[in-house]
Design a protein. Sequence first.
Length: 165
Amino acid sequence: MPHRPFVPYPARVLRTPAREVEEITDEVRALWDEMIEAMDAMPGVGLAAPQLGVALRLAVVDASDKRGQAVRLANPTILHASHELRLHEEASPNVPGVSAALERPRAVTVRFINEAGQADEQDFVGLWATSVQHQIDHLNGKMYFDRLSRTKRDMLLKKARKLNG
């Protein structure tokens, strides 16, 4: 079954903090499955539910070499972030054709509700850490380019408008 389409920026759902997930249901698990399908189709290393138009605090991350290692997160919160930073080129299927290099903490510890509905904590390092931070930004109504200077952000969005009509 094909996944629902990516919501084009500047849709309101992308700029509004998502709602907490009350419990892990079969519907939530099905949405996670759909999100993994969409993430793999991009191909990407993470996806947040608002990117598909669903205003819930759900994300998936899979920065493994082989795929099939996706971590499913509900209500993720960063508990600790390393002082050491990592530079990575970030993009979003909601704003196709543009990207920007950002520095984020190289490692983070995240608390979340897992697929079994239990509280969990996990350390993420490298690309995994970058992706989970990127997804949490989405859940908070932020886009990666919000972390750029106003001048760089304006240039990126101008380019995106030109590319995407």
